[in-house]
Each structure stands twice: as structure tokens, then as C-alpha cells.
Ligand binder design. Structure first.
Ligand SMILES: NC(=O)NCCC(=O)O
Ligand SMILES: [Zn+2]
Ligand SMILES: [Zn+2]
Length: 458
């Protein structure tokens, strides 16, 4: 199969030019101008942006959590991702206490196989770090699972103590893996949650009030300090608070390899959303929680000046009707997470590029190139270059759409951005040379996505 994309504005993290992109099989073959050769299909991209496919390095599909399972599986979730201009995801496999990492990996590979419509990889969540598990970390890195998520929150479920965190960090110094950290002080939060419930404070807004910014900032500082002592890089996931960003900035200013992502929900929503009537605040129960609106500018500045290196979604959808409702009368029982896999590219383009907060190149860098580099996918993915996978998004920068649960494809009964108008819409998506979204219509296949073996840091 050969495909020629003509006359589009090709944008990478460093370039912007009008050109033609020739795809042969699964790869980009040539980039030029006025290319004309016999091909199976030609797409006219005049007036459109031709972007590297989005890479979302933080998703939770088919994940058991909080007494239920996230509402999108690998089929519905990856199809929704493709609609939104994302062509690769890195999801999380969970090692439960007493289990091997290998068992967790096989379980999640099985969840994805035959279902994923775009390419996928896995980070491994470690909840039980034994000597044997440390050996398994090395083996997994060799098999392309080159990053590990650790939790400083959720005591009794996911949380690891500092000694285990430090050991895991040291191990990545030997095997070339990367530690991703959920940085919130779980012990403090647990005390605050119990206290609030004892005082009869049960509404969704208390989820946010019991997870103060300082609990995130302290854990972020501690995570970076542990990584510094282990002499390895660290990646802070879903950073939400300006106070946590200060910790990352301070570390980077000292030359430390501290990296962090934020997510659209922290750029476009705020703790005001918890005041929505009735139980609607539950839509925004996620960890870390939404922060005061003034935080948004600080995060955008962090993105513009490279104190934050990636925008991922932390897509973890739960339906209001059957799932979030488990926390009626007790906010601590509301499953944590929100949908976002489909809306990331349009939201960030509209709220970031069109407002002048970030450049078009920086948009590509934050949503594709930089996550690809940090997580061992570059240059196979994350750019438009000869030899790279033909993961390409044809994006209409002038088209406006209204985000709504009624038109989006995530399998969840609400949308946190309901009614928001965005300009900048994914039109056509190519995943390893195959058109999967054709002018807004899904034409791909569940199961066509492949597991991506990622590279270690060396
Ligand atoms: N973020 C969230 O609330 N849910 C997903 C799990 C996690 O990323 O900690
Ligand atoms: Zn987390
Ligand atoms: Zn997450």
C-alpha cells in the first residue's frame, strides 16, 4: 500500500513547511515537493496541518480501580484516541502484591491483543518490590517495557515506601529504565480523608480539599531528591499544582534530569468545577485533584519554557451513573479518574497554539516528539521523517467543533468539557501506513494496533 499526502503544511518539533509525504507500507519513504508517482491513494492536504501522530504516554484502559474497572477497554479507548489524533499510547500494567511483573505484563498484553486499533506500549506499575521483582525489572526493560510507575499515594493499594522507591530508582540506573512517579503524600492524605469523613464532609469537593497542593509539592520534592541520590532521571506524572512545578523547575535549574507531564484537565478545568450542583463534582474526582484557576497560567508557562516536557491525558474514565455514583455519601469511594484520550489534541491546539501560549512546533513537541524521546519511541515515532513509522495526523486548524458526550467516542456517560467549542480538529489519521480515520470516519480495525517494544535510555 502506498499513500501520497500532498500540499499539506508539515509540522514537526523543529520544522514547518508545505510539502508532500510519500508513505510506502508502514513507513514514511520520502518527503519532498511536487512529488508525483503512481500510488494507491493520494490525499490532498491543502490548507491542513500534517502532524506526527499524537503520543499519549498516560492512559488507563480496562483498569480495575476503586472497586470497578475503567469504562474504556483497548478497543473503545484506542478508537477514541484515533478520532482525537493519537496514534500511540503507553498504558499501565499493574503488578498486584505477591504477583510477578511477568504475570502483570501478560495480563495487560492479553487485554490489548486483538482489540487495540493503534499501537500501544506499557509502563509497569510496581506495588511489591522484592529481590525477584528487581531482577524482573531488568528482564522487562529488555522486552521493551522500559518504564515503571511507582506511587507515593494510595496506602495499602499502590503506595511504596521510600526505601523501595529508592531501590527501584537505583535499579533503573543499572538497566536503563525510567521511573514515573505519582507524587502525592499518601499518608497525609489518608489522615485528612478520615478526618473529613468523621466530620461528616462527604461531598465530592472534599476529595480536592483533602489532597492539598503541599502534599503534591512535598512528594514531588521527595521523589526528585530520591532520584538525585540514586543519580538517575525521574518523570513526574500528572503534575497539577504550581507548587509541585516549582520543585521540578528548581531541580532542572540545578541541572538534574527531572521531567514532568501535565494533563489537559489541569490546563482547562479548576477546583471551581467541584462546586457544580448535586453530585456533579464527582465528574472531576481525580488524583491529583483540580487546582485553583490561577494555576493554569503557571502550567502553561512551564510548558512553554520546558519545565514541563509532555502533555498526556491520564485517561481513566468512569461513568457517572454506575461508577462515580459508588461514592454518593462518601467522596473517598468515588473512583478516581476522568476521560480525555480523545480531546487532548484539539484542546491543546485551541487553548495553547491559537492563544499564543505555545508555538505550533512546541505543540507537536509536547504531544508527540518529547514523550517519544523520553519513553524510547523516537525516532520510530514522534516525528515525520524518512524511515519513521507512518503515524500521521491531517489536522484542520480552522475547523470548529463542540466537545460533547453525544459526539465523542469514549465509552463514558459524560464529558468534563461538555459544550466547549474548540477550533482545530483531527480530520484523517494514518497509523503505520493504514488510514484509520478517514475524514472523521473510523475505517480502521480493532486488533490492527501492535505492541511497541520501547528502547531503554541506552
Ligand atoms: N489519576 C487518577 O485519578 N486516576 C488514575 C490513576 C492514577 O493515575 O493515579
Ligand atoms: Zn497516578
Ligand atoms: Zn494515571
Amino acid at each position: 500500500m502506498s499513500l501520497l499526502i500532498k500540499n499539506g503544511t508539515v509540522v514537526t518539533a523543529v520544522d514547518q513547511y508545505v510539502g508532500d509525504v510519500l508513505i510506502e507500507g508502514e513507513r514514511i519513504a520520502t518527503i519532498g515537493s511536487s512529488l508525483s508517482m503512481p500510488v494507491d491513494r493520494t490525499i490532498d492536504a491543502s490548507g491542513k496541518l500534517v502532524l506526527p501522530g499524537g503520543i499519549d504516554v498516560h492512559t488507563h484502559l480496562d483498569m480495575p480501580f476503586g472497586g470497578t474497572t475503567s469504562a474504556d477497554d483497548f478497543e473503545s479507548g484506542t478508537i477514541a484516541a484515533a478520532f482525537g489524533g493519537t496514534t500511540s499510547i503507553v498504558d499501565f500494567a499493574i503488578q498486584y502484591k505477591g504477583q510477578t511483573l511477568h504475570h502483570a505484563w501478560e495480563t495487560w498484553m492479553h487485554k490489548a491483543e486483538g482489540k487495540a486499533a493503534i499501537d500501544y506500549g506499557f509502563h509497569m506499575i510496581i506495588t511489591d518490590l522484592t529481590d525477584q521483582v528487581e531482577l524482573e525489572m531488568d528482564a522487562l526493560v529488555g522486552q521493551g517495557v522500559t518504564s515503571f510507575k511507582l506511587f507515593m499515594a494510595y496506602p495499602g493499594v499502590f503506595m511504596l515506601d521510600d526505601a523501595s522507591i529508592f531501590k527501584a530508582l537505583l535499579r533503573t540506573g543499572k538497566n536503563g529504565g525510567t521511573i514515573c512517579m505519582h507524587a502525592e503524600n499518601g499518608g497525609v492524605i489518608d489522615v485528612l480523608v478520615k478526618k473529613a469523613l468523621a466530620e461528616g464532609k462527604t461531598a465530592p469537593k472534599y476529595h480536592a480539599l483533602t489532597r492539598p497542593v503541599r502534599a503534591e509539592a512535598e512528594a514531588t520534592h521527595r521523589a526528585i531528591a530520591l532520584a538525585e541520590m540514586a543519580d538517575v532521571p525521574i518523570y513526574i506524572v500528572h503534575l497539577s499544582a504550581a507548587e509541585a512545578l516549582e520543585m521540578v523547575t528548581e531541580a532542572r535549574d540545578r541541572g538534574l534530569p527531572a521531567y514532568a507531564e501535565t494533563c489537559p484537565q489541569y490546563l482547562f478545568l479548576s477546583d471551581d468545577n467541584y462546586e457544580e450542583p448535586g453530585f456533579d463534582g464527582a465528574k472531576y474526582v481525580m488524583s491529583p485533584p483540580l487546582r485553583p484557576a490561577a494555576t493554569q497560567d503557571r502550567l502553561w508557562r512551564g510548558l512553554a519554557f520546558n519545565d514541563l516536557q509532555a502533555i498526556s491525558t491520564d485517561h481513566c474514565p468512569f461513568c457517572m451513573k454506575e461508577q462515580k455514583s459508588m461514592g454518593h455519601g462518601d467522596f473517598s469511594k468515588i473512583p478516581n479518574g476522568a476521560p480525555g484520550i480523545e480531546t487532548r489534541m484539539s484542546l491543546v491546539y485551541d487553548g495553547g497554539v491559537r492563544t499564543g501560549r505555545i508555538s505550533l512546533n512546541r505543540f507537536v513537541e509536547l504531544t508527540s516528539t518529547s514523550p517519544a524521546k523520553i519513553f524510547g519511541l523516537f525516532p520510530r515515532k514522534g516525528t515525520i521523517a524518512p524511515g519513521s513509522d507512518a503515524d500521521i495526523v491531517i489536522f484542520d486548524p480552522e475547523k470548529t467543533t463542540t466537545l460533547s458526550v453525544h459526539s465523542l467516542h469514549m465509552k463514558v456517560d459524560y464529558n468534563p468539557y461538555e459544550g466547549r467549542q474548540v477550533t482545530g480538529v483531527t480530520e484523517t489519521v494514518i497509523s503505520r501506513g493504514r488510514v484509520v480515520i478517514d475524514n472523521g470516519r473510523f475505517v480502521g480495525r480493532a486488533g490492527a494496533g501492535a505492541f511497541i517494544k520501547r528502547s531503554a535510555r541506552w
